[in-house]
Ligand binder design. Structure first.
Ligand code: FES
Ligand code: FES
Length: 152
């Protein structure tokens, strides 16, 4: 499959999930395994441009397809502006849920540069955080959206 712009391959057991493939075969540890049941969003990636829980997709189902992970958002050592907004807003505690949120927020802001609070809540309804209480995550989304609209 093509992962973050580069063709990658590995021999894996037919039942290997895309999440396990990314983490264990390719060493891309940004996507997290929190529930492995499609409930928490911490494993979110784009599969052919659409958000997907990589724990629910077989690696074999992604054969010859385009996968983009949270690692694909950054270039070099610089954080993505959404990641910076999460840090500045205090939206990260243990950080386990954060990559999934960052992917979901990036997907949202690509589709809607000025989302209403209700739209943000709906877009993030598939992502669970057990630490922050969510308000700071919502603050981070607004901060990231404002900066994106301002072009900074
Ligand atoms: S680990 Fe995939 S949704 Fe929770
Ligand atoms: S910061 Fe710990 S689960 Fe979200």
């Amino acid at each position: 499959m093509r992962v973050n712009g580069a063709w990658r391959e590995a021999d894996v057991w037919p039942g290997t999930s895309l999440l396990a493939f990314l983490r264990e075969a390719l060493g891309l540890y940004g996507s997290k395994n929190a529930c492995e049941q499609g409930e928490c969003g911490s494993c979110s990636v784009w599969l052919d441009g659409t958000l997907a829980c990589s724990c629910l997709v077989l690696a074999a189902q992604a054969h010859e397809r385009e996968v983009r992970t949270v690692e694909g958002l950054t270039s070099g050592d610089r954080l993505h502006p959404i990641q910076e907004a999460f840090l500045e807003a205090g939206a990260v505690q243990c950080g386990f849920c954060t990559p999934g949120f960052v992917v979901a927020v990036a997907d949202l802001l690509d589709k809607d540069a000025n989302p209403s609070p209700a739209t943000v809540r709906e877009a993030l309804s598939g992502n669970l955080c057990r630490c922050t209480g969510y308000q700071k995550i919502l603050d981070a989304v607004q901060l990231a959206a404002e900066r994106r609209r301002a072009g900074s």
